[in-house]
Design a protein. Sequence first.
Lengths: 439, 439
Amino acid sequence: MSEHAETLSAQDVREAWPLLSVADRVEALHLLPRHVAEDLLLELPSREQAALVLTIPAEERRSWMRLLPPDDAADLIQAAPPDKREMLLSLLDDPTQKGVRGLLAYQEDEAGGLMDPRFARLRPEMTAEEAIAYLRAQPRSAFATLYYAYVLDKEQRLLGVVSFRELIAAPKEARVSDTMERNVVTVTEDMGQEKVSQLFSRSGLLAIPVVDAEKRVKGIVTIDDIVQVVNEVATEDIQKIGGSEALGEPYLNIAFGRMLKKRAGWLSALFLGEMLTATAMGFFEKEIDRAVVLALFVPLIISSGGNSGSQATSLVIRAMALGELRLRDWFRVIRRELASGAALGSILGTIGFLRIEIWQHAFHTYGEHHVLVALTVFASLIGVVTFGTLAGSLLPFVLRRLGFDPASASAPFVATLVDVTGLIIYFTTASAILRGTLL
Amino acid sequence: MSEHAETLSAQDVREAWPLLSVADRVEALHLLPRHVAEDLLLELPSREQAALVLTIPAEERRSWMRLLPPDDAADLIQAAPPDKREMLLSLLDDPTQKGVRGLLAYQEDEAGGLMDPRFARLRPEMTAEEAIAYLRAQPRSAFATLYYAYVLDKEQRLLGVVSFRELIAAPKEARVSDTMERNVVTVTEDMGQEKVSQLFSRSGLLAIPVVDAEKRVKGIVTIDDIVQVVNEVATEDIQKIGGSEALGEPYLNIAFGRMLKKRAGWLSALFLGEMLTATAMGFFEKEIDRAVVLALFVPLIISSGGNSGSQATSLVIRAMALGELRLRDWFRVIRRELASGAALGSILGTIGFLRIEIWQHAFHTYGEHHVLVALTVFASLIGVVTFGTLAGSLLPFVLRRLGFDPASASAPFVATLVDVTGLIIYFTTASAILRGTLL
């Protein structure tokens, strides 16, 4: 097969991939040249890798499992059903098996769960030449990255880091301890993956070592895993902001029933909350009966609160995820959002006031008390938008303080919260302004 | 100053950073040891770097500008006001200045705008030993990354890639052309940054070369820039999904007026759209007057449509951003979302039906025709949620087809679209079910 045809067919498989069943995928892998199939397998998310490895004939599993670096093998095993995990572990060679068992003890979303135990170690008294010769002698698969080598003392404690580049640029006789950087950026095993990814984007490093309390290096996290983490975290946040549980699988691959379950839960909970609007409306039934004109603006008023709340909550959730906002910034956010809300409310209120007066002028829709109706809408919008903005910006802080994910303060959640309050603000304002005329 | 105290004070500056004015930041940089200040500057986003460089005394600017790699210098210059750009360019040394001018010709969000022109080049006929010696002889700053070296022919066309690791593992006399991988993943200069980042996360590479139509290498994109791109793209999408323009600056840093402008635009546009609900409600004023009970469920009905639409739109927007969904998948999405919408609508409709009947049983709120009212709510919810889900999932496709960003199909946009339709569905259903009894 020519080089070109080979590339094409791998391309074809990649294109068709999302449409294929697991059985079809296994067949497709068998049709590809072995190394192309291997590349494809290595690119897949852990969940898909697990499904494939469990579907291929048992005798082929070992070679596929051994293809994976230890951190990816651990992820694959974590993605497999619990009763298959021991079998998958047994396919690995003994030292890898031991390393992977160690990794499985960590949470998937912690630095420990992201790390690769295969890092390059040097002793401080080695010369640059000895260090290069030592690293060259190791097999290609011995290290997750050769870019950095970590300098450890006899107790395996971290003394410094030296990049391969510095090593080859150094005089042959220079000691590693003189070449190394002693100020090493490290993470602890239980540091959350969002924090780890913030550290990568701030530091510009390609790998960061994971150390325990005694500064012993347990493994390294490499930047290619971080790109995936950053994408996953953003995906989860966007799905939660949209008012769903995080799907955890690609949209086109997730089984219909599983997707429905993740979407129906929040939607039903929000629906139950939203029922309070019917209760609140019932409370003002007399006012609506007397002045039906008030009912006309209910959707406009409450949706403005919901929209401004969605806006504020998504800005704050994202700023928190990026580490720009911390819990203690809550008061600065209140001040900012109070001012934003009042300004935005005034803008919308003015548009609303003008809309009613222009319509009145053109169509005489709103009766003799049109100015009072317009004033009610104007004042309510200021109140509702300010409240929506404040509620939307503070809810993520409250959730984080209570130990929940701030991204659960979804746009629909905030809208629901604001709808009920919006109705109360609107009808209370109406009562105050229209008493004696319409009400 | 001891190593420890130095680390601490850099830490202090980092902590206080978001609270400092530009003038204070310049002062803080001057108080830090030079190399610590340099590290801090290198970590900052381009916009902040530009503000700092323009604030420090003119005679200090040159050394700060020359600290930056060419791609970051280009980003800084792009972030500076147009009338300062030529001055900043003139601070660079001649060859860098030429390279940076080349980079400035590219869009910031294209591969060309992300690339670094400093890549390691080898000739195919070199031996591994010669290649290593050549690379060692270059200054540290000559390459963005030493991890990969690209093998070019005499016309600078790409023949293959060899990793530094393979080079040092190869026999000394082996030719580069025998060691290199000929199947190189490349990107074109005008490829969008989202596509580039998808390629990185699929391929697991640390750098990808940018080539022109003749396969000549123009530069390389490195993975550390991609982490930033992935984060920026997600931030923009989340801010848009929340119903705001992308802020483009950290939440706490952006000037209040600029933030307000970005938020007020969309909010006002949505408000104008939402005014149609008042028109629609006016159209059904007679029905509301006759059966005020109908008004009670208006917020519940329309918000359910909005919530299911928000959910669907954010799932689809994210799947598109990750490359899981392409334009041609629209029909599969319709089928999926039609089924989801009908199922979710039935669930909410059933809850709504039960709520009305239970309330009726307990409080006798809804009069003699309560079953018909409950049926109206049940049927409307199925219609509204199905429509909301479909509209939310298809709007991103429509926007992309028209050349807009799918993320502009924000939760509030979809909610506004669905509110008006929801009212029409609700009152039409009510007319059909309640004619002759309540209406």
